[in-house]
Design a binder for this molecule. Structure first.
Ligand code: MTE
Length: 421
């Protein structure tokens, strides 16, 4: 799945460079200009001290609808990351009250009664236009066969802060710890079902869902609504138009009334608050597949290279610098996941070498893997615990992640501090 994503992106990026891009916000020269401006900005940022982001008042964020209790979520600019301690003692999925929120702007409050999914474009029979689309209301979607999918969503910038903190590689952008990830049980209708009902043509190649949140403006440039194309093969495969999350109507922050869920692909593909959906017989582009979510920097060409699958990561369900009793046996718990496929094994190091963790058997083959490891901190003092996972493709987390300008895809082994008292 993820390889398909990389292949698609490579192909589209070649077409984009060949000048086949069209539409607002995707002009090639303009985007290359933006890229250069971004590189300059980043270079300037490299020379500055890291700037602390002023936290929103505790428990409140004007752009996020749900409460942000500090024990569950940590506000980060327009976003909120899950605290890993909030998963301790929880089941396989992340409850909605603590699921991370990644908003380019703010959570819109949409009216389910007037909301419409609006499909248009040359890839549908009769080529309906944006102004006269094929429409579906929420009730229409609910009447179609429903499906459930337990899928992982992860921001491509998850773990970004460890580039700077652990590797001394300054990283601009939202300083996610490891809490920009979550697994939920999504329920909805297959995008493919709706595309076919809307009159999908055999020669359609791309589908681009667009969010109804405000336009995204960055560096003084309005890039329009958050949107990102999907190849038709993926759109017809396992992509859902979800209206429920963990058995509840989709919460406002997670895309109410309907969002796209693209299993296995980076989080930006899963467009929230979806409204318009363009279906096209020619490739589609947006700043979210040409300008962002690409690797820039040393070793990459000026236009960047594709962002492939999410790499392997591991996290302990523990507070950062947790306090634990010295001399008592602890059961360390954590989770590991990979965009390449299921996790095969996990090892933990508490200071005296790597040893295998015990995997929760019920999770085998799923989008993430819970594990445990026993440890008795021998004496009071400061310790570092580390976890590293290997996925079924044989890829193991490295000691250091490879830096890139926009600081995506951190996969290094995180050094988690613990104090035994
Ligand atoms: N869709 C819209 N319309 N606007 C957004 O800002 N953010 C994307 C994606 N879909 C976004 C969006 C990103 S970058 C991620 S990682 C996921 O939504 C996060 O989903 P969540 O907020 O439900 O956790």
């Amino acid at each position: 799945m993820s390889h398909a994503e990389a292949d698609h992106d490579t192909r589209r990026s070649r077409q984009w460079l060949a000048g086949e891009a069209r539409g607002a916000g995707v002009d090639r020269d303009r985007l290359l200009e933006l890229g250069a401006a971004m590189a300059a900005l980043t270079a300037a940022a490299d020379e500055r001290e890291p700037v602390a982001v002023a936290p929103a008042p505790v428990g409140v964020d004007p752009g996020i609808a749900k409460p942000l209790p500090p024990d569950l979520l940590r506000p980060l600019d327009t976003n909120a990351e899950m605290r890993w301690t909030a998963l301790a003692g929880q089941g396989y999925v992340v409850p909605n009250d603590r699921f991370f929120v990644r908003n380019h702007t703010v959570t819109p409050h949409l009216d389910a009664d007037t909301w419409r999914l609006r499909l248009f474009g040359t890839g549908l029979r009769g080529a309906p236009t944006r102004d006269a689309p094929v429409e579906f209301g929420l009730d229409d979607l609910r009447r179609l066969p429903a499906e459930e999918s337990t899928a992982l969503l992860e921001c491509a910038g998850n773990g970004r802060r460890y580039f700077a903190e652990q590797q001394d590689d300054p990283a601009p952008g939202v300083a996610w710890g490891l809490g920009g990830v979550g697994v939920a049980r999504w329920r909805g209708v297959r995008l493919g079902t709706v595309l076919r009902l809307a009159g999908l043509r055999d020669d359609a190649v791309d589908v681009m869902p667009e969010g109804l949140d405000p336009d995204y403006v960055t560096g003084g440039v309005n890039l329009g609504r958050v949107r990102r194309p999907l190849p038709i093969a993926k759109a017809l495969d396992d992509v859902l138009l979800a209206y429920e999350m963990n058995g509840e109507p989709l919460p406002a922050d997670h895309g109410f009334p309907v969002r796209v869920v693209v299993p296995g692909w980076i989080g930006i593909s899963s467009i929230k608050w979806v409204g318009p959906v363009e279906v096209s017989t020619t490739p589609l582009f947006s700043p979210w597949n040409t300008r962002f979510y690409r690797m820039f920097g040393p070793g990459h060409p000026a236009e960047g290279t594709v962002l492939g699958a999410q790499p392997v990561k591991s996290a302990f369900e523990l507070a950062w610098d947790a306090r634990v009793p010295a001399g008592a046996e602890l059961l360390l718990r954590g989770r590991s996941w990979s965009g390449n496929g299921p996790i095969d094994r996990v090892e933990v190091d508490t200071g005296d070498g790597w040893r295998p963790a015990d995997l929760v058997a019920a999770d085998r083959g799923g989008p993430w893997q819970r594990w445990t490891a026993r440890w008795r901190p021998p004496a009071p003092g400061r310790y570092t615990v580390r976890a590293r996972a290997t996925d079924t493709t044989g890829t193991t987390q490295p000691d250091r992640a490879t830096p890139n300008t926009l600081a995506y895809l951190f996969d290094g082994i995180v050094h988690h501090p613990i104090t035994a008292l």
